[in-house]
Design a protein around this ligand. Sequence first.
Ligand SMILES: *[C@@H]1O[C@H](CO)[C@@H](O)[C@H](O)[C@H]1NC(C)=O
Ligand SMILES: *[C@@H]1O[C@H](CO)[C@@H](O)[C@H](O)[C@H]1NC(C)=O
Ligand SMILES: *[C@@H]1O[C@H](CO)[C@@H](O)[C@H](O)[C@H]1NC(C)=O
Ligand SMILES: *[C@@H]1O[C@H](CO)[C@@H](O)[C@H](O)[C@H]1NC(C)=O
Ligand SMILES: *[C@@H]1O[C@H](CO)[C@@H](O)[C@H](O)[C@H]1NC(C)=O
Ligand SMILES: *[C@@H]1O[C@H](CO)[C@@H](O)[C@H](O)[C@H]1NC(C)=O
Length: 440
Amino acid sequence: MLRFAVSVFLCFSTVASILSSVALSEEITCSGLVPMKDRNDKVSIKDFGGVGDGKTLNTKAFEKAIDKIKQTKNTGGTVLYIPPGVYLSETFNLTSHMTLYLAKGAVIKAIQDSENWPLTAPLPSYGRGREQPGARYQSFIHADGVEDVIITGENGTFEGQGEKWWNMYKEKTLKYTRPSLVEFMNSKDILISNVVLQNSPFWNIHPVYCSNVVVRNVTILAPYDSPNTDGVDADSSSHVCIEDSFMSIGDDLVAVKSGWDQYGIAFGRPSSDITIRRITGTTQYAGIAIGSEISGGIQNVYAEQLNLYNIGLGVHVKSNVGRGGFIRNITITDVFIDGTVMAIQYGGKSGDHPDDNYDRNALPFVKGITLKNFVGVKVEQAGDLVGLEGAPYAGLCFSNISLYSNKLNGPTSTPWTCSNVTGGSHLVNPGLCGALSSSC
Ligand SMILES: *[C@@H]1O[C@H](CO)[C@@H](O)[C@H](O)[C@H]1NC(C)=O
Ligand SMILES: *[C@@H]1O[C@H](CO)[C@@H](O)[C@H](O)[C@H]1NC(C)=O
Ligand SMILES: *[C@@H]1O[C@H](CO)[C@@H](O)[C@H](O)[C@H]1NC(C)=O
Ligand SMILES: *[C@@H]1O[C@H](CO)[C@@H](O)[C@H](O)[C@H]1NC(C)=O
Ligand SMILES: *[C@@H]1O[C@H](CO)[C@@H](O)[C@H](O)[C@H]1NC(C)=O
Ligand SMILES: *[C@@H]1O[C@H](CO)[C@@H](O)[C@H](O)[C@H]1NC(C)=O
């Protein structure tokens, strides 16, 4: 018992000294992209009839409050304060120059009513809903064409009540594509921080056709078997910063996307300049996913300091015939993996098509993916790297990667499989295959 207490103490003091040394040194961050702002003008949802009893429907209160903020035209913007309590609501739209502030204990809870849930047009870069043809259900928290919006608070919660939607997906009774929890379209200068998002019906945070977006210090939770509950999907968006967050969800933690086959190619909006840093999380899918929807192109992605445990795949780069587009200049570094089916998967045949009219000759162009400084323990297989015939994944570099089947310094994990991939490696254990065994 004493020994246990001592080792726990040592463990805590080590953690404490690591934390304080982190706090002392200037922490690298991209969050300066959209700084936190104080706004002098403040209103409370209570001023508009909001009732946080978990039963009263607050849609009208949110609409009235946000409409008031829209009319105010105060250049400094307005805070909409949500006091502690559970505020049940249907979907509502945010407006520019506002802060949605969730106090400690404040919960904005989505109603479970798929019958009356409003629909919105499909995204032009997808040509249809991601799951079902035609329209899609509007995200719970929605914004189109806004700027200077902050969602923050004291760890308040967006509760998506996704279970009913997950069951509809499983039972194949969905009429349209499920709603995301928070979606920003055509927007800029967006900051989401210090909140919890849980039980999203579908993707959690979806910035699409946006620029200057910061997601920082958020917690995203959904059951491990909840379908498609991706954490953050940066989609045809540029200058996106995702940092210091914890995610335990049912699909990819962070995915970078840019439209789907012929619709994404025609729309032609890439995702670029995406920074991902200090993310801890678990899912049966991927820690970092690039794709599979990459038809507008994806470039300049930098991810570092990822702590992935019980993860299906550490890194997953996925594309397919018909996607077109490109993936270039991706760097992922300083990754610790504890428990994975496969540390790294590059796939040229992943992801479905919107319809049969995709262009069989539209091959994605993949060049320049560097992975370095990875350590993995309890890794079942190192990796499966499969590019496309006729469009090999090129310029791949793997450097300083050590993957073990059980504990550190134990035996190395099952090796790699490679086909249609070119590039090289340096200090990788187990050693890489084919063309990748030369140096880079
Ligand atoms: C919310 O915004 C969408 C457009 O993004 C619009 O179609 C819808 O009518 C808006 N809802 C309300 C209640 O204003
Ligand atoms: C992160 O958010 C929590 C509340 O959710 C807050 O207490 C803490 O200060 C935040 N940390 C930073 C660095 O903003
Ligand atoms: C915020 O809430 C989440 C979920 O309940 C919890 O795991 C986390 O520790 C909380 N963070 C802070 C700073 O209170
Ligand atoms: C590659 O991406 C990084 C960000 O990760 C960026 O700093 C760099 O300028 C990019 N290189 C090119 C050639 O665009
Ligand atoms: C190799 O990667 C590990 C884990 O990230 C790191 O601690 C170490 O410094 C790296 N070595 C070199 C030579 O960069
Ligand atoms: C590319 O993949 C095809 C089938 O997937 C395979 O037949 C071919 O040998 C591969 N080429 C190389 C160079 O690995």
